[in-house]
Every structure is written in structure tokens, then in C-alpha cells.
Design a binder for this molecule. Structure first.
Ligand SMILES: Cc1ncc(COP(=O)(O)O)c(C=O)c1O
Length: 371
């Protein structure tokens, strides 16, 4: 139906509406089939027990308004990063995507441009389109999805405001070596900010992987994006944060809503930050399961990319929708990622032991059908 463009903003319709992956409530399977959700990169061991304890403590106080600001959370983050940054470097948000949305609102107006490198996380584009900005894609390069840093620098115009890099990347699981980021940051003009999405950083173990922190400490135009939905296992609470030089973050505070931070999310996230054991158990579990899945993928001759994250991208021998359906017959929810710029590919999150066993069984059977 055609809507009145005076009343309904055309920028908020059409391509600008991104839907996340399916939830288990979207799936109808016979009862005897055990369902494994390997489609949203969630934590296979669940939330931190310390976060649950903190949540239980706040539950009787849900009728009380939360803190007026996120300062307690920012103090915690300052300590977490070894006091190398100040509280002014941090900004808390109601999830990683909420921070991405704030960045777009803060820095993009009609006529501006952003640069992304597909395959990439869909919301970068969605939020830019909502602001009326133009999206320039400088794709990651075959065969290993490496960053085309020169291509990105050549694409910068006077209208460019934001460049997005994701390290490790979703949906490819690949990472950008520090030299490439150094090169990009070194050549960044003053009117451009590098949005450095590091929500999967705990899983990266490559020697030349770098956080955004050194660039922020060097006062560069870099904003780090972080989430509590992945390694911290708090996807349902919608918590995230960013860090950048105070000039950027203090400006962004202007678009924070009053009482934006919910007390349950904040207390649980602060407790999760302290729970180093939970993080190391999560990372260990992911590494162990990943190795088992690599062996299976090698054995069945699958096309896949080695991952620095908690998921693996594969290119199955059939269409992604057929493969998704086939895997579901074995109770496995996996994610087609054509809308992330990876047509024909499927992203599989790393689960626990039982999920890996089910996955290996399903992969063997489904590949046997087509190869
Ligand atoms: C690369 C990337 N950035 C940001 C996010 C957003 O995280 P959140 O769930 O906290 O909104 C995700 C979530 O999948 C992601 O993959």
C-alpha cells in the first residue's frame, strides 16, 4: 500500500527494516526431535552464574527507577580495561545494535556516506539508510575475505562519515590483521570515523589480532562496539557498550534517553564483566568444539572458512534455503546469510558437546545426499 510521504517517512520503510534470525518459537518440529539453536551465535554454556546472582538481587527492586546515568557501569568498564581509559571514554547502550543505531543517529545525515565491506553485519546498512545516508560497499576480497584497505581509502569522499570494520567478522568469522587496521587508521581523514565492531573479540586468538583500544588511546577517530550478547551470554538482556575518545563519547551522550539503562541488565552485565572464569570456560568450549567441527568439515570435503569467532561459515553444495531445511530435519537451526552479503553461504554457531554431536551427524548425512 502506498503511504503518504508527508506523514510516513520513506526512509523508515523498505530496505531499512532488518529482521534478526529466527527464534525457537518460530520453529515447529515433532516433539521427539531435539532442537539445537546454532543460528544466533549465543553462548553455549549460558549466562555467567555471577550475573544470575546479581539479577536475583535486583528483582525485588524492579519498581524503582534505575540510576540516572550509567556512571557506575562506566567505572566498572574503566577498571576492566586496567584504568588505561577514563570513564569519559565509555558509553553504555541497550545492546550492540542499540549502540550502532546511536552512532548512525549521531553522525549521519541525508547525503552522507558510509563504507561497509560485505559480507557484513546487516544493521550497519539498515541504520545508515534510515538516516538517508548512502551505503558504499567495498567487498572483502576473495578467497579469504581480506579487507580491501586501499579500496576503502579510495572510496572516501567529502561526504563519508563512517567506515565499518568487524573484527572478527560476522558472518565470515575471519579477522583483519593489525597491519591492515594500522594502515587504514593512519590514512583516515579527520571527517571520518572508523566504527570498529569487536563484539566477538574474546574468541580471537590470532597473534596479530588487535582490539580498538590502542587506536582509541592514540586519540584516533575510532569507536569500539561491544556487546554482552555473545561471550557474556546475556543476549536476552540487551546490553552493550562502546569506547572512543571522550570528545566523541561525550557528544554521543546527548542522544541517550533519560533512565535509558535498565537495572537488571546493568547489574548482570557488571557481574558478568567480573566473571573471568565464565569467559575462559566459554572460550575453551568454543575452541574445543570448533576443532571437532573442522575435522568433520574436512572429512566431508566441505567448503568452509576457519574462524576466529564462535561460529563457522560454510558454502554448502545446495542452495542455502534447501540446506537450512535439511539441517532442520535433524533439529539444527543454522543461519543463511545472503542478507549479510554472503549468498549461498550458511553460518553455524558453535554449541556444546551435544550440539556438536548432532551437528556432525547431520552434516554427514546432508552432505552424503548431495555429494
Ligand atoms: C558483528 C555484530 N555486531 C553487533 C552485534 C549486536 O549485538 P547485540 O545482540 O548486543 O545487539 C552482533 C550480533 O549478532 C554482531 O554480530
Amino acid at each position: 500500500m502506498k503511504t503518504n510521504p508527508v506523514l510516513f517517512n520513506p526512509l523508515l520503510q523498505g530496505k531499512a527494516s532488518y529482521k534478526g534470525g529466527k527464534t525457537i518459537n518460530d520453529i515447529a518440529l515433532p516433539e521427539e526431535i531435539q532442537l539445537y539453536k546454532l543460528s544466533s551465535n549465543e553462548n553455549p554454556i549460558g549466562p555467567s552464574p555471577k550475573a544470575i546472582e546479581a539479577l536475583n538481587k535486583v528483582l525485588p527492586n524492579l519498581h524503582i527507577y534505575p540510576d540516572r546515568t550509567d556512571i557506575r557501569f562506566r567505572e566498572k568498564l574503566r577498571d576492566f580495561y586496567g584504568k588505561t581509559m577514563s570513564v569519559d571514554h565509555f558509553l553504555c547502550s541497550n545492546s550492540g545494535v542499540a549502540l550502532l543505531e546511536m552512532i548512525s543517529r549521531a553522525f549521519l545525515q541525508e547525503g552522507n556516506e558510509i563504507i561497509i565491506s560485505n559480507p557484513a553485519f546487516g544493521p550497519y546498512e539498515m541504520f545508515a539508510l534510515k538516516q538517508g545516508a548512502k551505503v558504499i560497499d567495498i567487498p572483502l576480497m576473495e578467497p579469504d575475505f581480506s579487507l580491501d584497505a586501499d579500496g576503502i581509502l579510495d572510496a572516501i569522499t567529502e561526504n563519508t562519515r563512517l567506515i565499518y570494520v568487524t573484527n572478527p567478522n560476522n558472518p565470515t568469522g575471519t579477522y583483519i590483521p593489525q597491519d591492515d587496521i594500522d594502515y587504514l587508521v593512519e590514512h583516515l581523514p579527520d571527517h571520518v570515523i572508523l566504527v570498529y565492531d569487536e563484539v566477538y573479540f574474546h574468541f580471537a586468538d590470532a597473534e596479530d589480532f588487535s582490539l580498538a583500544m590502542p587506536y582509541v588511546l592514540a586519540d584516533k577517530n575510532v569507536i569500539a562496539v561491544n556487546s554482552f550478547a555473545k561471550s557474556y551470554g546475556l543476549a536476552g538482556l540487551r546490553m552493550g557498550y562502546g569506547y572512543a575518545k571522550p570528545e566523541i563519547m561525550n557528544y554521543m551522550r546527548n542522544i541517550q534517553r533519560p533512565f535509558f539503562i535498565n537495572i537488571a541488565g546493568m547489574e548482570a552485565a557488571m557481574a558478568a564483566l567480573d566473571d573471568k572464569e565464565h569467559i575462559s570456560a566459554t572460550v575453551k568450549m568454543v575452541q574445543t568444539q570448533k576443532e571437532k567441527i573442522y575435522s568433520c568439515l574436512e572429512q566431508i570435503g566441505a567448503k568452509y572458512w576457519r574462524s576466529q569467532s564462535n561460529f563457522i561459515l560454510i558454502k554448502p553444495p545446495v542452495s542455502e534455503s534447501q540446506f537450512e531445511q535439511d539441517m532442520l530435519q535433524y533439529g539444527l537451526m543454522v543461519r543463511p546469510v545472503a542478507n549479510f552479503g554472503a549468498p549461498g553461504c550458511i553460518r553455524i554457531s558453535i554449541g556444546n558437546d551435544a550440539a556438536t554431536d548432532a551437528l556432525i551427524k547431520a552434516l554427514n548425512q546432508v552432505y552424503a545426499k548431495y555429494t
